[in-house]
Ligand binder design. Sequence first.
Ligand SMILES: [Fe+2]
Length: 261
Amino acid sequence: MIIAQITDTHLADADTADPVFRTRAENLRQCIADINGLDPRPDAVIHTGDMTQHGLAAEFAQARALLAALEVPLYVTPGNRDGREGMARAFAGDGDMMPDCAFVHYAVEEHPVRLVAVDSLADDGGVKGDLCHARLAALDATLAEAPARPTALFMHHPPFDVPAAPDPFAYQRRQAAADLAAVVSRHPQVVRIFTGHKHRPWTAAVGGVAASTVPSVAADLRKGRYAPTMAGRPVYQVHRFEGDWGFASETRLVGSGAHSG
Ligand SMILES: [Fe+2]
């Protein structure tokens, strides 16, 4: 199974005259064209949140209009800028996404690797994430449903320190990440945790499972130091499930051709 991961697109509405936001929309268009052109083509695309800049309905409408060009199934999870209600409204009725529950929590069953969306938003709407008992219990129950199926979690806030960032830890409470790690460690079928939010590539282990965050699609918001030739060109990641060692991941600069390497 191949998953393309895009994140942190930070889109405005379609009518914006602001060149920054027009460029961000173009960054997403370029990513989508690149993903559609991959050979082999991914089985699924995940967007790990901060799809929009302010969580406005018009911004989600723009995001949906752009993402409609994807030729593979898309699964989404909210970022702090999106808010769960706005995203739930925007994607209600799309397959298994956005069930009628308090959180954006769902499982995708139709691929070789089971995908489970985890809602990492804090209830106060702040920048930092949180994971309450109800969500962790729901995740525990969802994972218990299919103990023999390899499973990947995807969520917005990375549940590990990103030391290069000015504020390395993305959650309000350190216990939230510890509690998630405890749930993950009880379910050995979990093979990977995909996240966004930090706008830079970073990898760690959470509950014994590889966990990663990736650069923002919005090239102006990408954090870290990169070669000058990458300036203005969005990046995303392609994760290939190989069975023996879980997901092997590649960072792709758009316009690099249809094949790896
Ligand atoms: Fe974020």
